[in-house]
Design a protein around this ligand. Structure first.
Ligand code: TNX
Length: 523
C-alpha cells in the first residue's frame, strides 16, 4: 500500500522538480494532532489538517530522484540537520522501486524558487518543489519538530496535513554591520543558522565603514592590517581573510542564502583613508576612528587612483561572491559635494557592472545614472525610492522607522539607538511594505531587509537582544502577504517560540507586549 502510494506520486510529480517523502512503517495508534495549531513563523500560505501524526523513527531514509550520489547540497544539509534535530542518522538513497524512508525528487541543485508543497502523511512526508523549495520546506519541518519537542507527549510526532507555501517577496534579508564592531566567522554562521530557520534568503554584510575595514583586499593589504585594527570604543577589531569570507559564502549557500557584500562609499570611508593617505585629496593620512558620528569622510572623487582602488576592491570581492549583487553603500556622503557624488556613483556602478554584478545602494544612490534592475535599498527618503523606480530600479524596503534592528524597543532598552524611532515588537511587525511608500508599485519591490547596525553591540550575545524577537517578525513581513497577517495572531504564535529560542541559547528581549509561553522543558 505504502509503496503504491510512492510510485503513484512519482508518476504524478514527475514534472515537478522536487518532492520528498519520509516513510516510517509503524502500525501503532497515532496521536491525534492538529497541524494548523503549530505556530509556524513565517505563517504559511495554507495549512490543511489531517488530524493524525507521523512518527519520527530512528531508521528513516531520504529518497531522492537524482542520479546515485548526485543529490549533494540539499541532501547533505538535510542529513546533517536531521541528526542534530532528532539524534537519528538519516540514510540518503536514490529512489528505487521499494523505498522505506524519506523521498526527495529533484532535477537539479540550481533551482531558485522558494515555493513548496509539503504533504505530511502518517507514513510519508513528501515535498514538491525545486532544491531551494526542498530546503525551505525542510526548515518548516524543522520548526514543527522543534515546537513539538517542547512537550514530552508530542516530541516524536509530526501532525499530518498539507502545507502549501509561497513567499510574498523574492528578497528577504537581514544585514550585519561587522564594521562598527567586528563579528567572527562563527558568530556570522550562528546568525545564518537562525535566519535560515525563518526562511530569509539574503544576508547583507556591511564590510567597511569609518571605524573598520573588514575584508582582506590582497592588492591593498593595509586596508585590513591598519584599517581593520580597531572598532567602536577602541577594541581590537578584526577582519575576514578572503578564505574566511569564502567560508561564510559557502555556509550561507549550503542553506540557500546569498551573501550581499557592501563596501560603503564615497562616505563612510575613514578606515580606508586612514590606511592609504594617497586616497585623500590632500594626500594626508587620517586617524583611525572609534566614535559613532557619521558623514565626515569621503573618497577623493577627482583622483584617478580612487577608481583604481574601486576596481581592485570591487574586482577582488566580486570574484569570490557568487551572488548577483554588489552593494556600494552611497549613504550619508555629507562632505562629498553633490556634483562630485554623482560622478562617483556613475563610475562606481560602471565598475560594478564590469565585474559582472548588479549594483545595489542605499536610497541616495538613485540620484546617479543607475542601470535598470539595479537595487535601491530604501532606508530614509521615500522620494529616493520612487526616483529609483522611475529609473527602472527595484527597491528593497528597510525603512529605518520600522525595519532597523538597531533601534531601541523603548526608552528603557539596554542597547540600541533611537534616532529614527523606538520600534517595539508590534511596530516592527505591523506594517505593509507594499503600502509604505506612496507611488511605489508592488512589482518594483524586490523585498525587505532588516539591518542591524552595531554601534552599541560588540558581539552576537549583545546583538541578540536587538535581533530577537523582532527578526521573526521581519521574516513574516517578507514572506506572508499583509492580508494574511495580523498582530493578534502573530503575537500568539511568537509567544510559543520563546522556549525553543531559549533552548537554542538565544537571549531575546522579553517584550511586555507578548504573552510569552515558556515551557518546563526549556533550559
Ligand atoms: C544610519 S542607515 C546609517 C548607518 C548607521 C545607522 C545607525 C544608513 C544607510 N546609514 O551608518 O549605522 O544610521 O542607526
Amino acid at each position: 500500500m505504502q509503496m503504491t502510494r510512492i510510485k503513484l506520486s512519482l508518476v504524478f510529480f514527475s514534472f515537478i522538480l522536487i518532492s520528498i517523502g519520509l516513510v516510517s512503517c509503524g502500525q501503532e495508534e497515532r496521536p491525534k494532532a492538529s497541524l494548523s495549531d503549530v505556530p509556524i513563523i513565517p505563517k504559511p500560505s495554507s495549512v490543511e489538517d489531517h488530524g493524525s501524526s507521523f512518527l519520527i523513527k530512528p531508521d528513516l531514509t531520504l529518497y531522492h530522484l537524482y542520479e546515485p550520489g548526485a543529490c549533494k547540497k540539499a541532501c547533505d544539509f538535510v542529513k546533517e540537520e536531521w541528526k542534530l534535530l532528532t539524534g537519528y542518522d538519516l540514510k540518503v538513497e536514490p529512489l528505487m522501486d521499494a523505498p522505506e524512508g524519506i523521498v526527495l525528487f529533484a532535477k537539479g541543485d540550481d533551482d531558485k524558487t522558494d515555493n513548496y508543497k509539503m504533504i505530511i502523511g502518517e507514513d510519508v512526508i513528501q515535498i514538491e518543489g525545486g532544491a531551494t523549495s526542498f530546503v525551505r520546506a525542510f526548515q518548516t519541518l524543522k520548526q514543527i519538530i522543534l515546537l513539538q519537542q517542547q512537550n514530552e507527549a508530542t516530541r516524536n510526532y509530526i501532525p499530518t496535513g498539507v502545507i502549501v507555501d509561497e513567499p510574498n517577496f523574492e528578497y528577504r534579508g537581514t544585514m550585519l554591520d561587522v564594521s562598527r564592531h567586528f563579528f567572527t566567522v562563527e558568530e556570522v554562521k550562528e546568525h545564518i543558522d537562525m535566519i535560515a530557520l525563518y526562511k530569509f534568503n539574503y544576508l547583507h554584510l556591511h564590510l567597511s565603514d569609518d571605524q573598520g575595514w573588514r575584508i582582506e583586499i590582497k592588492s591593498w593589504p593595509n586596508l585590513t592590517k591598519h584599517g581593520g585594527s580597531t572598532e567602536v570604543g577602541g577594541g581590537v577589531g578584526g577582519f575576514f581573510t578572503q578564505e574566511d569570507y569564502k567560508e561564510i559564502v559557502q555556509y550561507a549557500a549550503d542553506r540557500f542564502i546569498t551573501i550581499v557584500p557592501e563596501i560603503d562609499m564615497p562616505g563612510h570611508t575613514n578606515a580606508a583613508l586612514a590606511s592609504y593617505p594617497e586616497l585623500n585629496c590632500d594626500g594626508k593620512e587620517r586617524e583611525l576612528y572609534t566614535g559613532i558620528e557619521v558623514g565626515f569622510s569621503t573618497l577623493c572623487v577627482d583622483k584617478e587612483l580612487t577608481y583604481k582602488f574601486l576596481d581592485d576592491v570591487i574586482g577582488e570581492i566580486s570574484a569570490i561572491t557568487p551572488g548577483p549583487y554588489f552593494h556600494l553603500g552611497g549613504d550619508e556622503s555629507h562632505v562629498t559635494p553633490e556634483d562630485e557624488y554623482l560622478v562617483f556613483i556613475n563610475k562606481a556602478v560602471e565598475i560594478i557592472q564590469k565585474h559582472g554584478k548588479t549594483p545595489m545602494g542605499w536610497d541616495e544612490f538613485t540620484a546617479g545614472d543607475i542601470p535598470v534592475n539595479s537595487v535601491a535599498q530604501h532606508w530614509h527618503t521615500p522620494e529616493n525610492a520612487t526616483r529609483g523606480q522611475a529609473k527602472g530600479a527595484k527597491v528593497v524596503m528597510s525603512p529605518a522607522k520600522r525595519a532597523y534592528l538597531d533601534m531601541q524597543y523603548d526608552s528603557t532598552s539596554t542597547y540600541g539607538l533611537h534616532w529614527a524611532a523606538y520600534i517595539d515588537v508590534k511596530n516592527g511587525y505591523d506594517w505593509d511594505p507594499e503600502n509604505y511608500i506612496e507611488g511605489l508599485n508592488k512589482e518594483n519591490i524586490l523585498g525587505i531587509e532588516a539591518p542591524l547596525w552595531t554601534e552599541t553591540v560588540s558581539n552576537l550575545n549583545e546583538a541578540e537582544y536587538l535581533l530577537y524577537p523582532r527578526l521573526l517578525g521581519y521574516a513574516e513581513v517578507g514572506w506572508t502577504p499583509s492580508a494574511d497577517r495580523s498582530w493578534e495572531d502573530y503575537s500568539k504564535r511568537l509567544a510559543k517560540h520563546s522556549s525553543y529560542l531559549q533552548k537554542m541559547g538565544v537571549e531575546f528581549y522579553e517584550s511586555p507586549l507578548v504573552d510569552w509561553e515558556t515551557d518546563v522543558m526549556a533550559k
